[in-house]
Write a protein that binds this ligand. Structure first.
Ligand code: FAD
Length: 561
């Protein structure tokens, strides 16, 4: 009998009655099923397993990582999705909680040059965390006033981060949370009516600098003209903490996380898509796959929120997030991707970004007009082999090309234009980013359009639900999902949002809430097990905390679920 058959049998046997007493005293550990082995699902599994919970991850693909994985072709390795690993503080905290050192385990290599940013209007910046050097470069590009403005930007955003951090680290239940201490702190630096772009024009005279400090809103799949001013912190995080390349590619991070999860007792069922969540009334009790039914005390959904809801949870069970309401939400942009294996090296930076000379029109086309930009598209290229030669055969390199484009929309028929667009983009990276004669050096390649991303996320919007104020904080699907009982969310579709640091934060928030709900005070090696302020514990959580304070050891396997 293989592991999968064994697990199915044991789930069948236990059904919902797994809390059998052993010797009359010991109860079995509570069970949690995590749907999806993306970064969010894996981070939650690690924390929950360390808290003594019996965790099973059910993943539809043959490998872990979701959009964060390494794909391989003809000896060339490419990151499928994320290539910028920044603000590692969150994953470092998660690793400390489970007794590991993230920097060692994940082979994190801090890049000297964060990235080269080339402006279509002319000029470039070699963006670095050496703030004095940045100031010098900015002064040379745009004059000393903007050089000083950069230092002011850094100072303001350092304060903004410290005052808003707990808003991102805590769950939001509703409007009433706006009168919490954390909201009052944040209110001192947030200007809800201002966009990122508007906030930055206050500081910089040169439009190119507004762009340099705001294009990072693309990490949320949004234009800086629509993105709330809170997110000026995104560029700041890069300058303050730098950008890391995990050796072997960013996709090696989830692989290592899954290995550690297995050591902590997490079971993985791969190549087994969850077809539906099983319910008793409004309470989630398990999941159904083509191979069987599995039951658990709590279900954590990591699969993209809108896809998961429309595919796994009956519309009739949802009130706030019905199919109709989901259809009318705003979604982030998508990406057109080229993964090129080339038979030469390029002496170019690890990360390069070209910003269209008419950046505003380019954004308009992506977000509002839902058209493809042909004239002068913005494009990002990763040349990973300058840092990590093992990603390609000897003498060769991998070139990863990302073009922000509209999510799936009737205006764009990718099957008809993808070959022409591929050629347009190759010309663009040759002329704007220095990839000389690249067409002559391609030995293998793959193309991904928003249509393929549709397998991963609703409408192929790779950064999930958009991050306008109308879809943030309590207006985003909550970590303890509000529409049904015993279901939790992790990943880019829930609070705080998309991008790896906040996805890991979502895993921390969800793990804390779930443990509280089960009455478990986890042993996370001194890392915080609850939120800074204004978040009420559940009844069981309060009882567990009281017992814990009185120094009576609380173990998951003695928990009354
Ligand atoms: C092209 C691209 C570039 C990006 N660049 C960056 C970057 O540089 N930096 C950054 O921080 N972020 C970046 N992101 C955003 C984000 O960090 C990643 O997309 C991240 O992988 C999202 O993690 P997640 O856990 O939310 O979901 P996912 O990675 O999508 O994982 C969800 C998992 O659920 C599984 N699943 C789905 N349906 C089912 C089902 N029915 N049954 C079982 N399993 C299921 C999926 O197979 C998948 O493994 C990028 C994203 C993309 C696509």
């Amino acid at each position: 009998m293989n592991l999968q058959q064994f697990l199915r049998q044991s789930f069948d046997r236990d059904k919902r009655h797994f809390k059998k007493k052993d010797n009359g005293t010991k109860l079995m550990a509570p069970k949690v099923i995590v749907v999806g082995a993306g970064p969010g699902g894996l981070a939650a599994s690690l924390m929950l397993a360390k808290a003594g919970i019996d965790v099973t991850v059910i993943e539809k693909s043959a490998t872990v990582g979701g959009r964060t994985k390494v794909i391989e072709r003809d000896g060339f390795k490419f990151d499928l999705g994320p290539t910028f690993f920044h603000y590692t503080e969150v994953i470092e905290g998660i690793f400390r909680a489970i007794g590991y050192d993230a920097r060692e385990e994940l082979n994190l290599n801090k890049l000297d040059l964060n990235y080269r940013l080339i402006f279509g209007q002319g000029g470039q910046l070699d963006c670095t965390s050496d703030l004095e050097l940045m100031k010098e470069q900015i002064s040379a590009l745009s004059g000393p006033k903007d050089g000083e403005a950069f230092m002011k930007y850094v100072k303001e955003n350092r304060k903004k981060l410290s005052l808003t951090k707990s808003c991102l680290q805590s769950p939001w239940k509703g409007f009433s949370d706006l009168i919490s201490k954390r909201a009052f702190r944040a209110a001192r630096v947030l200007h809800p009516t201002r966009s990122v772009a508007k906030d930055l024009t206050r500081l910089f005279d040169d439009d190119r600098l507004m762009l340099a400090m705001s294009f990072q809103t693309k990490y949320l799949g949004m234009s800086p003209f629509n993105c709330p001013s809170m997110f000026t912190i995104l560029a700041f995080l890069e300058y303050e903490y730098g950008i890391f390349h995990p050796m072997g590619g960013l996709g090696s991070v989830p692989v290592r996380m899954s290995e550690i999860a297995k050591d902590l007792g997490v079971k993985f069922l791969l190549e087994e898509p969850v077809d539906e969540v099983l319910f008793e009334g409004k309470t989630a009790i398990g999941v159904k796959t083509s191979k069987g039914e599995y039951f658990a005390d709590r279900i954590v959904v990591n699969a993209d929120f809108a896809n998961a809801m429309t595919q796994m949870v009956p519309d009739s069970k949802r009130k706030r997030w019905t199919n109709k309401k989901l259809e009318n939400k705003q979604y982030s942009c998508s990406t057109f991707m080229l993964y090129l294996g080339v038979d030469r090296k390029y002496d170019l930076p690890h990360h390069q970004i070209y910003a269209s000379k008419d950046y505003v029109t380019n954004l308009e086309e992506i977000e509002n007009k839902h058209q493809v930009s042909w004239d002068d598209p913005s494009v990002y290229v990763q040349n990973a082999c300058v840092t990590d030669p093992q990603m390609a055969p000897e003498g060769c390199s991998t070139v990863y090309v990302l073009v922000p484009v509209t999510h799936q929309h009737e205006n764009v028929k990718w099957s008809e234009i993808k070959d022409d667009y591929r050629n347009r983009i190759l010309d663009q990276i040759e002329t704007k980013l220095g990839y000389e004669n690249i067409k002559d050096h391609i030995v293998t390649e793959m193309v991904i359009t928003p249509d393929e991303w549709g397998d991963y996320c609703y409408r192929g919007s790779v950064f999930n639900l958009a991050h306008g104020l109308d879809q943030m904080l309590w207006r985003r699907p909550q970590n303890k999902f509000e529409d049904v009982d015993n279901m939790y969310l992790v990943g880019g579709g829930t609070h705080p949002g998309s991008g790896l640091p906040v996805i890991f934060e979502s895993a921390r928030i969800t793990s804390k809430l779930l443990c509280d709900d089960l009455g478990i005070i986890p042993d996370w090696n001194g890392e915080s097990v609850w939120f800074e302020d204004s978040v009420k514990r559940s009844k069981k959580g309060r009882a567990a905390e009281k017992t814990h304070r009185n120094n009576i050891p609380v173990k998951a396997n003695s928990t009354n679920v």
